[in-house]
Design a protein around this ligand. Structure first.
Ligand code: NAD
Ligand code: DAU
Length: 347
């Protein structure tokens, strides 16, 4: 089976590629990635020599390129992760999000529809719980929760989900969709809360907590997201949607304090030292209050379970960053400084 994985050089994509290349030697895995600021081939160093793996550099927005690639390669299945993924960037450059997340997805759907090799293959679209909007203190997102996206990022992902579903209904394309909560783990670009704060604690820089730090997110270890994608890809029902989450809600401020505590211990600092770095800054525009996922459908129907408790997963994550300081220094040089300045200088 020949599978195209898009966005495989990014955070989640690299974990999905690694899992499929290692677990399924009979599959031919092609990783298509534009290598934006968020894509990094260093994330895949350990598997780049494998016989069942190939990398192709390319942009999913370029419809001619995508059509040619699909015509030549005749993929059986697609696992689509390529996206602009950061909410704060979507607030300052929404059009980029429409291009990659909406048009890029439609280009892939068209090419797959025209050139797919195998009646049993599927187009698997990886999406987010942010399409459902925000929750109050009560309830959780179900697969049946109406879409109500609030940020340009979540609006673009919601739109892409609708196109995937529409291609199933209109053209009979075999699709699957999953909507996952916040991921954390190794190789996460330090623009997102956890890796950004790990890097700042390392350098004793301020920790910019938005608003009062009371927003709630439901965190899942990235390798558990990859295992859920594996289960849904192989066993999920065609045309269906599955929610993926860790049943692990944290207020941002409580998570940041836990992170400070674990890092003080690991760095041999005095207890409470890193908490002094917490700085409350202007809130994110349109900041969703709370996300929480009900993944009972995935657990009951397909038997998936997350593998790690949060404290243990966070500790493993911090260890990875401290053991891979070169990776962090590399991705935070150059453009990153300009981004940081623009996001945080006048906040
Ligand atoms: P990421 O930003 O780390 O990686 C995105 C990857 O896509 C990068 O390798 C980038 O180079 C590539 N890419 C971007 N634009 C491209 C284009 N035009 N053509 C080809 N490649 C392009 O993102 P991530 O956090 O790994 O998220 C992956 C997917 O999972 C996204 O679709 C995202 O919406 C979804 N998701 C993320 C989370 C999360 O917590 N990070 C949670 C749920 C769903
Ligand atoms: O829910 C899934 C989504 O989770 C994914 O679809 C997105 O791709 C992913 O980026 C993530 O979105 P969030 O906006 O929730 O993640 P982020 O790490 O940017 O922020 C987490 C919380 O921390 C959020 O409430 C905003 C807050 N925050 C974030 C940053 C970067 C801060 O307080 N300070 C910060 O500097």
């Amino acid at each position: 089976m020949k599978i195209l994985i898009t966005g495989g050089a990014g955070f989640i994509g690299s974990h999905v590629v690694r899992r499929f290349v290692n677990l399924y030697p009979n599959y031919e895995i092609v990783n298509l990635d534009k290598l934006t600021y968020a894509g990094n081939l260093e994330n895949l160093k350990d598997i780049e020599h494998m016989d069942n793996y190939r990398f192709v550099k390319g942009d999913i927005v370029d419809s001619n390129f995508i059509d040619d690639l699909f015509e030549q390669e005749k993929f059986d299945s697609v696992i689509h992760l390529a996206a602009e993924s950061h909410v704060d960037r979507s607030i300052t450059m929404p059009t980029e999000f429409v291009l990659t997340n909406v048009l890029g997805t439609v280009n892939l759907l068209n090419a797959y529809k025209a050139h797919r090799n195998n009646e049993d293959g599927i187009f698997y679209h990886v999406s987010t719980d942010e399409v459902y909007g925000e929750l109050t203190d009560e309830g959780k997102f179900l697969e049946t929760t109406p879409y109500d996206p609030n940020s340009p990022y979540s609006a673009s992902k919601a739109s892409s989900d609708h196109f995937v579903r529409a291609y199933h209904v209109t053209y009979g394309l075999p699709v699957k969709i999953s909507n996952c909560s916040n991921n954390y783990g190794s190789h996460h670009f330090p623009e997102k809360l956890i890796p950004l704060f790990i890097n700042n604690i390392r350098h004793k820089k301020p920790l910019p907590v938005y608003g009062k730090g009371e927003n709630v997110r439901d965190w899942l270890f990235v390798e558990d997201h990859a295992s859920a994608i594996d289960v849904i890809f192989h066993k999920g029902a065609v045309g269906d949607t599955y929610n993926i989450g860790g049943n692990n809600e944290w207020r941002n401020i409580d998570l940041v304090k836990l992170l400070c505590k674990q890092m003080d211990e690991k760095l041999g600092r005095t207890e409470g030292e890193s908490e002094q770095l917490i700085t409350y800054v202007t809130d994110r525009a349109g900041h969703d209050y709370r996300y929480a996922i009900d993944s009972s459908k995935l657990m009951n129907e397909l038997g998936w379970r997350p593998s790690l408790q949060f404290e243990e997963g966070l500790s493993k994550t911090i260890d990875w960053y401290l053991e891979n300081e070169e990776w962090l220094d590399h991705v935070t040089s150059g453009q990153y400084r300009a981004y940081y300045e623009q996001q945080y200088a006048n906040r």
